[in-house]
Design a protein around this ligand. Structure first.
Ligand code: BGC
Length: 755
């Protein structure tokens, strides 16, 4: 009996203990109930603390309640090195070197959502292992001008392609309980004057070209955070842009996550009502204000608290911000089911190599002489000596370029990758050809490479040409690099031309040896004045840890190239709408100015006069011939397209059409082809681009194999945004569906009518 009473009392004790588990810690409760419970336990000061940084990359949770901090990291190509608490400089840890994945231009060039999922899952695992809450990426700003220094961090010029490619990245990362932070929302399409540019464009262009990838990342990918950009829109900073943050993102798109400021993008108390939730980086150096805790003086810090206490704001906005941040923490750091992640695993290294090789684009591949075979792939049974020329064959590219700079555990250089693959089968010799930028340091991370070479430019060319005369094949590996005014944050390129004297080197090499392959390592198109005299050209990208191996895979034919350009390769800036019709880099607005640390700074209005006509849309409208069009990319095999057929000649507004086309591998190697579908509105009330990408599929075909590739289109593929109706409209009439291998290589067209 006594035993039984004791048991009942003990049980009652247990139930009381269970009943006392606070709702916010109860995993069985819906997340919004937990958020409300946590919120009502927090003091004003705790709420304020949560909305702004406490260090360069972290912000507080609620220590008293056991709610963990938020830790952010760049992004988007690998997990950034740990930095000092208050500084950009690396902290000097020895356990933070990582796997560097290919740049996002390369990912976009795979045109393969499965590669994007692999990328997201892998980089997410690294972020998780490094205990990060938020990965600052991916970037989806549109490639409006080839001069933008940060295009390498984005997914190209087309809103449909970047939308399809961003969604799996987000899902892959977040499956690790790590949030993505899609950036830079919105219209951060140039680095020049990035803090004080005010793009001027119509609502339709905004909706059709610049917002779709963000919308897809939020609505389809479910990204838990987004980063507002440095620039302005409608004369308002993005960090306090009621229209883009509150109306479009939060209300229209239903975003329930956190708007994080780009580092230092907040400029005044307008951020309170303007839609910013979490303020980071307002001081370049966290202590420079001279205050005891400089973070207290962030706009969303003590000034915000005092403004609430004075009655200038209610706590409505603060509670909304905290709800969002709590939701983020419950989804990430307080999700007990999230995996543990992994770092530098074999799987990650192999993912980096695979994605790299699948994104490399074979731009041109001809026979250097009559009756000779095409120059690539390199046939090692017939090659005795390979000459590699060019700085980018030996220069580390994971260091530099701005916030995406990395400390990679290893980086296989192109020359080393080629040597390793060739082994004893042939001799591989190297000549520098030109000296570009021999430095290699970013925020304290050093490459340790000594790339100095004191020969004159003439001597370097003469030495390369002498070696070329005795080589069976010459591989010139150049392009851009991560130095200022190239592919780097904070400034734009100053020209479309290749830097240094690379054009001279290439021209001289082409004269010395007809078996010349030019390989451009870059995240942007470059001018190619020598394009006709070089038989083979490869667009290589910043490929990260496995750069040299991925390139060797393609050069030797171990991987059949299947990448396609995610942007137009303009022959000159005269083919780019932003430069011909627009007023890049803008003009000073006489009526408004910015103030940075007490200094007056002009605001540049930048007119996007080209409107919808970005990239191939402009090329089509003006009937131009770029060096290589959007969507272009060759293979070592050949594909034949049959006639496209359509299941329905007439559909209603809610109807669908399915277009099918047979594609055959007519060569002797297995290979992958990206079948592209463009839609053309034959008559339309509003002006529309001649055609727009609305579907694509990457298929694998064995030699001789045929596949019927089908695409289903509904009204979303036919619509335009009507500013006056503030709605997407699919106008009745005739539509053509153009199926092809690039934007300039349409193989078959079918027609239907929308009623
Ligand atoms: C960049 C962001 C980056 C942040 C933190 C900013 O300067 O624009 O892309 O995530 O710094 O490093």
């Amino acid at each position: 009996m006594r035993k039984a009473i004791f048991f009942i009392v003990a049980l009652m004790g247990m139930t009381t203990a269970v009943a006392q588990t606070p709702v916010y810690l109860d995993q069985t409760k819906p997340i919004n109930d937990r958020v409300e419970d946590a919120l009502q336990r927090m003091t004003l000061r705790e709420k304020i603390n949560m909305t702004h940084a406490q260090s360069k990359f972290s912000s507080p949770g609620v220590p008293r309640l056991g709610i963990p901090e938020v830790w952010c990291t760049d992004g988007p190509h690998g997990i950034r090195t740990e930095v000092l608490w208050d500084e950009w400089d690396q902290a000097g840890w020895t356990n933070d070197s990582i796997t560097a994945f290919p740049a996002l231009t390369c990912l976009a060039a795979t045109w393969d959502p499965e590669m994007s999922m692999l990328y997201g899952k892998s980089i997410g695992e690294e972020a998780r292992f490094r205990n990060k809450t938020v990965l600052l990426g991916p970037g989806v700003n549109i490639y409006r001008t080839p001069l933008n220094g940060r295009n390498f961090e984005y997914m190209g010029e087309d809103p449909f392609l970047s939308s399809r490619m961003v969604v799996p990245y987000v899902k892959g990362v977040q499956s690790n309980g790590v949030a993505t932070c899609v950036k830079h929302y919105a219209l951060n399409n140039n680095e020049l004057n990035r803090n004080n540019t005010n793009p001027i464009l119509d609502e339709r262009t905004l909706r059709e070209i610049y917002l779709p990838a963000f919308k897809a990342a939020i609505q389809e990918g479910g990204s838990w955070t987004i980063m507002c950009s440095y620039n302005l829109y409608g004369g308002k900073w993005l960090s306090e842009n009621d229209y883009l943050l509150n109306q479009v993102l939060k209300k229209e798109w239903g975003f329930d996550g956190v708007v994080i400021s780009d580092w230092g993008a907040a400029h005044n108390m307008g951020v309170v009502k303007g839609g910013l939730d979490l303020e980071y980086g307002s001081w370049t150096n966290g202590l420079s204000g001279g205050a005891k805790n400089a973070y207290d003086s962030y706009y969303l810090g003590v000034p915000y608290m005092e403004a609430i206490q004075k009655g200038e704001f209610t706590t409505d906005e603060l509670n909304d911000k905290c709800r969002r941040i709590l939701r983020l923490i419950f989804r990430t750091g307080m999700n007990p089911n999230r995996p543990f992640g992994s770092l530098n695993s074999e799987a990650h290294v192999s993912a980096a190599r695979t994605i790299g090789a699948n994104g490399i684009v074979l731009l041109k591949n001809e026979a250097p002489a009559k009756k000779a075979p095409k120059l690539l792939p390199i046939d090692l049974t017939k090659t005795k000596k390979i000459l590699v020329v060019g700085e980018n064959a030996i220069k580390m590219m994971t260091v530099g370029g701005g916030s995406s700079s990395l400390k990679a555990q290893h980086e296989i250089l192109p020359l080393d990758g080629i040597k390793a693959r060739v082994g004893n089968a042939a001799e591989v010799v190297f000549e520098r050809g030109y000296v570009g930028d021999a430095s290699g340091e970013y925020n304290g991370v050093v490459t340790g490479q000594n790339l100095k070479d004191d020969r004159t430019a003439e001597q370097l060319i003469a030495d390369a040409c002498a070696a070329a005369k005795t080589a069976d094949i010459v591989l010139f590996i150049g392009g851009l690099n991560k130095s200022d005014h190239q592919d780097a944050e904070g400034a734009d390129r100053e020209q479309l031309a290749l830097p240094y004297n690379q054009n001279d080197v290439i021209t001289a090499l082409a004269a010395a040896n007809k078996n010349l392959v030019v390989i451009t390592v870059s995240g942007n198109a470059v001018e190619m004045p020598w394009v006709k005299s070089v038989p083979a050209i490869i667009q290589d990208w910043y490929l990260g840890s496995e750069a040299g191996n991925s390139l060797a895979d393609v050069l030797m034919g171990d991987v059949n190239p299947s990448g396609k350009l995610p942007f137009t390769y303009y022959a000159s800036l005269d083919q780019c709408g932003a430069h011909v019709e627009g007023d890049y880099p803008g003009t000073v607005n006489p009526n408004i100015h910015a103030e940075f640390f007490g200094n007056k700074v002009p605001i540049y209005d930048m007119k996007y006069n080209e409107g919808l006509f970005v990239g191939y849309r402009y090329i089509d409208a003006k009937k131009l011939q770029p060096t290589f069009p959007f969507g272009h990319g060759l293979s070592y095999t050949t594909f034949a397209y049959g006639k496209a057929t359509i299941d329905n000649k007439e559909i209603s507004q809610d109807g669908k059409v399915t277009v099918t086309i047979p594609v055959t591998n007519t060569g002797s190697r297995e290979g992958k082809e990206v079948v592209q579908v463009y839609v053309q509105d034959v008559q339309s009330t509003l002006v529309r681009p001649e055609k727009e990408l609305k579907a694509f599929q990457k298929i694998n075909l064995k030699p001789g194999e045929t596949k019927n590739v089908s695409f289903t289109l509904d009204k979303t593929a036919l619509s335009y945004y009507d500013d006056t109706k503030k709605a997407w409209v699919a106008e009745s009439g005739t539509f053509n569906v153009l199926v092809g291998a690039s934007s300039k290589d349409i193989k078959s067209t079918v027609t239907f009518v929308l009623k």
